[in-house]
Structure formats: C-alpha cells, structure tokens
Write a protein that binds this ligand. Structure first.
Ligand code: MIC
Ligand code: SF4
Length: 647
C-alpha cells in the first residue's frame, strides 16, 4: 500500500528510482500536453531529432495563448502546429476551442492518470484526481521520444478541508487563503494532497481552481480525491466510464498536515504585484477600478461565468469600468449560450471575448497606463498584463462582478443580496469538432509549413572548462519568468527565439540584451546574479533559452524555483547558489568574475569557485544538481545530451 494517493499514482508510473522525497525518479506519463506558446519549439526540436515514440499515449497541443493574430505570425504558427500534430500523431485543439487546461479537464483528464505538460498550470487536472506535472518544452520533447521523465520525488503535504464555505465565498478565496498560510515555507519539491470532509462540498470546477493555483506556491502538483461529485461531473461530460476512485489511505503518511476550515474563509484578494501577497477584500478600501476581467484557466468554467451572470443580472457595469468576460472553453461558452446567460452579460455592458488565455498573459485587453485592473486569473506580476505601471488585483468571479458594478474593489457581501447559486447541467453542451484527431498513418518525411517567423533555435555548445563573465545584471528576490522574458506583445516571437532574446529582461533591465551581446563580442560570457526564488511563475523555457542565446552560462542566485531551474539546466545554464548569502551584497553589476574550474568542479564536487580578481575576492558557491543534470550541463543542454547518448 502506497503512503499516500500521490505516491500511489507515481508508483504506477515509476520506471526508475525509489519513491523517497528528494530522490531522482523516472516516470512514464500516460498523457502529454503542450500549447502554442511552448509547442512551436517542442515540434521544431522533435523535427530535429526525428524520432517519436508515443506508445499509444494520448498527446495533444492546444492553441490558446497566441490567438489574436495582429500580423501573420500567430496564424503561421497555428498552421505549423496543425501540420506538426498530423505528422507526429498528436491531437490538435484549434484556436477558439479554449484554454488547454480547462478543455483537457472537460474532455481528456483521467482520474488516477499521469500527465506531463509544457505549462505550469496543468496541475488544474488535479481537481479531477489526475496527477499532472508542469515542465519545460525540452522535457516534453524527450517524453515524446518515449524516454522517461525525471524529477525529484516530492514530499507530500496533506491539506485537510473541513466545514463549508459561507455565502459569497469561493474556491479562489480558499486557494488565496492557503497561499497566505503556506507562502513563507520553502515549497519546491512539495506536492499537496487535498482530503477531508470539506472536499465533498466543492464542485469539480472549484477543486480545479484550487489545484490550478498551487502553481503559484511553486509546488510540484496538487491532487484532489474523487467522489460522487466527480462521477456526476464526468457523466455530464459524457465520460462516466473515465471514473476511478482516488482516495488518501486511512493511515496515510505525510511530511506535514494542514487543516483548513472552509467556514473561516472570507473573500480574498491578491495585491499587486504578486499572487503571494493576499488580504481580505474587505481591507482594500477605496480602490477605484478601471478594468475588470473574468476568465482564464483559473476561473473561466461554466460555473464561474454563470455566477458572474447571476450577480450582474438586473445591474449595469459601472460607467468608468471596462469589463471583459471570456469563458475558458468553447464548451463552457456554448453551455452559457444554451442557458441564455450570454444575454445577461451583454445587457449589463460586458465585452465578450473568445475562449483563450488573452488578458491573462497580456495578449489583448491590456489596461490603460496607471489603471487598476481586477482580474480572476492566477498571476499579477508587474507588467504581465501588458502595462508596466498598471496595478492588477486577483479575486474570485463573484468579487469581480460586484467590483464591476460598484466601480471600486468591494467585498461582494456588501451587495446585500443573496449569493448566486448555479445548478450544473446534467449534460454540458459537448462539441469536440474543433479538436482534430491525428490520422492513423502519417508520413514522417512530411515538410512542415514554416512561416518566415518560425526559425529553429540555434545549436548550443558544451560548457567550457572555465568561464570569464561580466555581471550583466544584478536582480532582487522573486524574479518571475515574466520579468525575465515578457509575453504579451512579444509572444509572437515564441517561434523565433533569436528575435525574442532581444526582449530579455526588457521590463526590468532595459539594455540588457545589448550589453550581453557586446560582452560576447569581447569574449566574455554573462552571469545573472539574483536573490531568492529566481524564475517563479511559468514553465516558459524561453526564459532560459533566450538568456542562453545572449551568452548567459551561469545564474547565481540565493535559490531557484523548480520548473525554471530545470529549464536552465536543459538549456545549458548552470544554476549556482550562494554558500554564504552575504556574498550577494559584495557583487555589483559590471563586476568581472572568473569561474576557473567550473567544469571540473561540477564533475567532482558540490562547490564551484568564483573569483573577482579586481576586488581580490574568492568565494565558493554550491548546487543541488543530480549526476544526470551535471552531464546535461557539461554537454551544453538536454538536446545535445540526448543526441550524444543515442549515437
Ligand atoms: C503562463 O501562465 O505564464 C503561461 C503562459 O501559461 C506559461 C506557459 C508559457 O509561458 O508558455 C505557464 O504557466 O507555464
Ligand atoms: Fe493561459 Fe493564463 Fe492559464 Fe497561463 S495562466 S494557461 S496564460 S489562462
């Protein structure tokens, strides 16, 4: 008997290693998922390797991030991805069909199954009892070739939910409450298993919202048990046969146990500019709001939008507020149409957007300068919405609707009326016609149509034995992947990384790219120095790939976030940590640093020496790399490592 439900699922998919926290394990997922923002690189690399072995596993690519099509780049990407899916036997979900995590939840997630996805929010599927792990694109490429996926075996915390939510409180408030409880703990390498009598009162959509935002805590994944609610929901999806019982064992073993009384949860808000700083909405006084945006993979389900419609009914959006609502999926949108719930929103004065990531990633609906935007998505890092000086607050759909009516950020309970209740349909308006299944046979020699903006990434080179570097930038704590490589209007360069690299750190350190390139011309590599939690946020491997193109070979930080650290390694950038954190203060931008024995030290020891000859300073740094990761770094990245091994 496994120690807990998460280990039980991992155990069924284990191909190497032992289920012991901190040990490297190899697992073979049943399902693989990518999206357009990460997918073009996945398929360009697959095309380079030319070997795919899906072994009958379900693989799918969702087009949900880059959908607007200002210029021809997005449409060219879509055409490329559709053809690549045909060539490599991958399902293709067309633009307009919805956000991958929510479509997957509706149509493909399997309780008890294991999914690997090139996006940090695949964890949403934990709401249905599926274990889903987010990763960078290169890891997915290897999984496509049939290789196992390697990760550090997480330790598992049990979160026991008791009680019931009060009126006007929601799943978003629960996860913001949990974020507040856990945010100061180091959670890299931790997975969350939800359990307890409170689970039964939550719908599948609510569980998915909670599992979705575990990503903001940096946990490996989150898992809910399954029950009659799961069964009824799967049956409304016409998928009753997918039901499997997932339960935490009675005497489960957990690294920690946390109790959350749902009755004590109140409407919450994440304050600008991080999802980790939260407060009760009631404490935010007199915040005038110019924009309200509802939707995203966190809060764009049928249920979420139906609640917004119920609050808006008979009311109007405040004259100073621009409100946009986007259901997360076409199915949710169609169900809303069939229940006449779109009309309510149009009458109230909402703008209706297509089911896609859109505003969440700054791809459209960018706020005006200095605006306050109140949103239901999961991340509010500075500039992510597309406007550097906007302030984004994250709330539940109910709070968003109440705010849209009053023009100020308000606790929805101040509306003084009864809370919206939504009855789930016994059948959702199912329509899979925008999901294109792969053909039975394909031609591997097929040329993929590449628009002018689709350019294969440059080849990496092995790690030099020693490095001479310039501190091209020195940064603080919690640098997000949105800081490293903004998405929004540069998203279109996801398939043209040399061009994308020009925008590295452009929001927080303009001029970085120029300086890094000049260093390269003078035979100097670049080193990024940062504080704690470097690389929080998304799985976008471009945030490693682009710095690498600009000659960054080392990031020296106080600590790293899990997915980003793996991305750095896979793209040949060495993640080093301070042994003595006080050294951070001794390093300045512009410093010249030498790592005289980096390759040899990585092979032989846990420390790497850094020297600053100008200041007469020498210090040791450390790393927590596995043998395999060191070999990847020495080879110059995961692709080179994999190709060398298969020679
Ligand atoms: C995000 O929410 O930041 C994204 C965009 O979905 C990313 C993936 C990406 O950058 O392509 C994620 O969460 O992994
Ligand atoms: Fe899309 Fe936003 Fe969800 Fe990322 S977090 S998948 S950008 S909706």
């Amino acid at each position: 008997m496994a120690k807990n439900a998460i280990y039980e699922i991992l155990g069924k998919h284990l191909v190497s290693g032992k289920l012991k926290p901190g040990e490297e394990i190899g697992i073979r997922p049943d399902q693989l998922m990518t999206q357009d923002g990460t997918g073009t690189m996945v398929f360009l690399n697959l095309d380079k390797i030319g070997k795919v072995n899906l072994r009958g596993r379900h693989a799918i690519c969702y087009v949900d991030h880059n959908t607007l099509g200002v210029g021809s780049e997005n449409a060219d990407d879509h055409q490329f991805l559709q053809a690549a899916c045909q060539k490599y036997k991958v399902h293709y979900s067309k633009p307009g069909n919805g956000i991958g995590h929510q479509v997957h939840l509706e149509r493909f997630a399997q309780p008890g199954g294991l999914l690997l996805g090139a996006d940090s929010h695949v964890t949403t599927l934990g709401g249905l009892g599926m274990l889903a792990i987010g990763t960078g694109g290169l890891e997915l490429v290897l999984a496509f070739t049939g290789a196992p996926h390697y990760l550090v075996c997480p330790e598992v915390y049990r979160i026991t939910l008791t009680g019931r939510l009060k009126a006007w409180c929601s799943a978003k408030d629960i996860i913001l409450h949990i974020i507040d409880l856990l945010k100061s703990r180091p959670l890299a390498g931790v997975a969350l298993e939800y359990d307890g009598p409170g689970v039964a009162s939550l719908s599948v959509a609510e569980r998915a919202t909670i599992a979705n935002m575990g990503a903001e805590l940096g946990v490996t994944t989150s898992l809910f048990p399954t029950d009659d609610t799961t069964k009824a929901w799967l049956s409304a999806q016409g998928r009753a046969g997918s039901y499997r019982k997932i339960r935490s064992p009675d005497k489960g073993e957990y690294a920690d146990e946390i109790q959350v009384d749902l009755g004590k949860v109140v409407p919450m808000v994440a304050l600008p500019h991080t999802p980790l700083v939260v407060a009760p909405v009631a404490e935010a006084k007199n915040v005038d709001v110019q924009q309200v945006a509802v939707g995203s993979c966190t809060n764009g389900s049928f249920e979420d939008i139906a609640k917004v419609a119920a609050v808006l009914k008979g009311n109007r959006v405040h004259q100073n507020v621009d409100m946009v609502v986007a259901a997360a999926t076409r199915q949710a949108m169609k169900t809303l149409i069939d229940k006449s719930l779109i009309k309510v929103r149009v009458e109230a004065g909402c703008r209706i957007a297509e089911p896609a990531c859109g505003f969440c990633i700054g791809h459209g609906h960018t706020p005006g300068s200095g605006w306050v935007s109140v949103r239901t998505n999961n991340r509010n890092f500075r500039g992510r919405c597309g406007t550097m000086n906007a302030s984004v607050y994250l709330v539940s759909p109910q709070t968003a609707a109440a705010t849209a009516i009053s023009g100020k950020l308000v606790d929805p309970r101040t509306l003084n009326r009864s809370a919206p209740r939504v009855r789930l349909p016994s059948k959702f308006s199912i329509d899979d016609s925008m999901i294109i299944a792969p053909p039975k046979t394909t031609k591997r020699s097929m040329e993929l149509p590449r628009g002018p903006n689709i350019v294969p990434p440059p080849e990496g080179e092995p790690l030099p034995v020693s490095l001479k570097c310039d501190v091209a930038v020195k940064l603080g704590d919690k640098i997000s992947t949105d800081d490293i490589l903004p998405a929004g209007r540069w998203l279109k360069y996801r398939s043209n990384v040399v061009k994308y690299a020009e925008h590295t750190f452009s929001g927080i350190s303009p001029g970085f790219a120029q300086r890094a390139k000049e260093n390269l011309q003078h035979d100097l590599f670049n080193i990024v120095v940062a504080g704690a939690g470097y690389g929080q946020g998304s799985s976008r491997e471009h945030a490693a790939m682009c710095p690498r193109i600009l000659g960054v070979r080392v990031v020296l930080a106080k600590s790293f976030e899990r997915i980003h650290k793996t991305n750095l390694i896979n793209h040949g950038i060495v993640p080093l940590e301070f042994l003595d954190q006080r050294i951070y203060d001794e390093i300045n931008p512009d410093d010249y640093l030498e790592l005289p024995w980096i390759a040899r030290e990585l092979r032989r020891s846990k420390t790497v020496t850094i020297r600053n000859p100008d200041k007469g300073l020498e210090f040791k740094t450390t790393h927590s790399l596995t043998r395999r990761q060191i070999d990847i770094l020495l080879a110059g990245g995961l692709l080179r490592y994999a190709v060398n091994r298969n020679k």
